[in-house]
Ligand binder design. Structure first.
Ligand code: TEU
Ligand code: CA
Length: 550
């Protein structure tokens, strides 16, 4: 009998389709390319693939601007390819989670074409409009717009429309029950095909106070407080659950869930019947500045979230996705001497915390930030418009480019590094985004041959988690909270107890095992060949050990 909470035990692997594998030489990854790599995905020991949007889209925001929710983007393939992909995954016992981008559509969606054509069009209320005769709309911040202005004037009907993201991503009006029913029926379309889960993109932003009250100055620095959790948000989720989710055995996950654990719990408290799990940004938002992050902050954040969800609810655990830098470049040390060890340490963290691990493609090789020097190399609308904005304002472009090397989204979107052949084996054509030069040595083929590679370590880590329920369900206990170099914790389930010790520095460290804890046997996982346990743990740079306790 199917376990209704199978998703707690799953490891999710995120595939960024544009950059995974090109099958026809046009430089763009596609569904046939993913199909050709399914055995590789299976070999990782992951249970679920989360695929970024593959729907028809003019690609202003790489598929997050959808012009037809029931069609496949022609660049990515056909519906037959999709069906073959899903079949290929299911044959291998891998499930598929799709991205549901319903805070906004593309401005090229038929709904929006209709809506903007006249004020009386039946689709008008699928979107948010501000008639120009009322004067300028109350200011709203846009994440991606060159002017940061979320209202775009449309002369056709002499009105502004709302877009929290780019101008080509008009926000949908969730107050309109017709729109909600359209979305539910679209969800059923995919679930009836056998899709196993849905990731709700930016869903915390869908509910708006449509009287559009003014927000205090500087509100955009605290955007989730003002944009997240609007009126009826949870009514929509409960309705969606009743009408769609409850009819299927699926997993649902909220991208972003309020300003903190209390808000996030509202999305995933099982008694409320909304979503299964949420992922928060507080850990990932640490250390975007040049000075990086402090380990004590990192520990505090993950520990606080864990304890808030100790009794009920469920979280995702991740250090990267397609919106942020490479995990090793940000949280590890991607210099050649430390790249492999620190990648393995971060993998250990993700696979030993409580919560469902989400792992971004390429991190299993230790892929690094690309750090483009020239704006021409970037493709991301957020970076390009950000640059243009600084330029228009006569701001400091050098500072912008330096920050982009740390945080721009294209850092992690570069093509997957399969082998040492041209373009890393990603394409026979010209890749849509440049391949990282380090592919010559940093690639999958090389790592297959090395038993101690980052790739083979990831496989050991997924196998370990599958073998030990304590790593899924066990209670988490932080040790030595104030230690600025070492992150140590235990997981406990019944009689089983395991110690995880992570040296988050590029130096050797010693760590005294707290009295009362007795190391029981050989480590389940260790990213170095040896392990000295007595009298104190002697840890190599970025050493990570997972060791059972007596
Ligand atoms: O991201 C939503 C989100 O949380 C953004 O506010 C995020 O802060 C932004 O990407 C900052 O750079 C989701 C997707 O993950 C992202 O790729 C899309 O661009 C966005 O929604 C719009 O659909
Ligand atoms: Ca292609």
């Amino acid at each position: 009998k199917a376990n209704p909470t199978w998703w707690k035990e799953a490891v999710v692997y995120q595939v960024y389709p544009r950059s995974f594998q090109d099958s026809n030489g046009d430089g763009v990854g596609d569904l046939r390319g993913i199909i050709s790599r399914l055995d590789y995905i299976k070999s990782l020991g992951v249970d679920v693939v989360w695929l970024n949007p593959i729907y028809a889209s003019p690609n202003d925001d790489n598929g997050y601007d959808i012009s037809d929710y029931r069609a496949i983007m022609p660049e990515f393939g056909t519906m037959q390819d999709f069906d073959a992909l899903l079949r290929g995954m299911h044959q291998r016992g891998v499930k598929l989670v799709m991205d549901m981008v319903v805070n906004h559509s593309s401005d090229e969606h038929e709904w929006f074409r209709q809506a903007r054509s006249s004020r009386n069009n039946p689709y008008r209320n699928y979107y948010h409009w501000w008639p120009a005769e009322k004067g300028k709309p109350t200011p709203r911040y846009s994440f991606f717009d060159v002017n940061s202005d979320a209202w775009k004037y449309d002369s056709l009907t002499n009105a502004y429309y709302l877009h929290y993201f780019s101008r080509k991503q008009p926000d949908l009006n969730w107050e309109n029950p017709k729109l909600r029913q359209e979305v539910y029926s679209m969800m059923r379309f995919w679930l009836d095909k056998g899709v196993d889960g849905l990731r709700m993109d930016a869903f915390q932003y869908v509910a708006k106070d449509t009287t559009f009250p003014a927000f205090p100055a500087g509100y955009e620095k605290n955007i989730i407080k003002y944009y997240g959790g609007g009126p009826h948000l949870h009514d929509y989720l409960q309705e969606m659950n009743r009408e769609v989710f409850s009819k299927y055995n699926l997993m649902t996950v909220a991208e972003g869930a309020g300003t903190g654990p209390t808000d996030a719990m509202l999305f995933v408290d099982p008694a409320r019947k909304e979503l299964d799990m949420a992922y928060h940004f507080e850990g990932m938002d640490l250390g975007n500045g040049p000075e990086g992050y402090k380990l004590t902050d990192f520990k505090r954040v993950y520990t606080r979230w864990d304890s808030a969800f100790a009794q009920k609810g469920w979280l995702a655990i991740f250090l990267a996705n397609h919106d942020v830098p490479r995990m090793v470049s940000k949280f590890g040390d991607d210099r050649p001497a430390f790249r492999a060890a620190s990648s393995k340490l971060l993998t250990t963290f993700i696979l030993t915390m409580r919560g469902t691990p989400y792992y971004f493609n390429g991190d299993e090789l230790g892929m690094t930030n690309i750090r483009f020097d020239r704006i021409e190399d970037y493709r991301d609308v957020a970076t390009l418009n950000g640059y243009q904005q600084v330029k228009n304002q006569g701001g400091n472009l050098a500072a912008f480019m330096a920050a982009a090397k740390r945080t721009a989204r294209d850092n992690c979107r570069t093509p997957f590094q399969w082998d040492a052949t041209a373009n890393a084996g990603f394409t026979t054509g010209r890749p849509w985004l440049k391949v990282n030069h380090n592919y010559v040595t940093l690639n999958r083929a090389a790592q297959e041959k090395d038993a101690n590679s980052v790739l083979n370590y990831f496989r050991k880590a997924t196998a370990m988690r599958r073998q030990h329920q304590v790593l899924v369900y066990g209670q988490y206990q932080l040790l030595d909270a104030d230690n600025p170099h070492i992150y140590a914790y235990t997981r406990t389930l019944g009689k089983e107890k395991v110690l995880i010790v992570l040296n988050f520095t590029s130096d050797q460290r010693r760590w005294a095992v707290p009295t009362g804890l007795k190391i029981g046997a050989a480590p389940w996982l260790n990213n170095y060949p040896s392990f000295t346990a007595a009298p104190t743990l002697a840890l190599q740079p970025w050493q990570a050990v997972v060791v059972p306790l007596k």
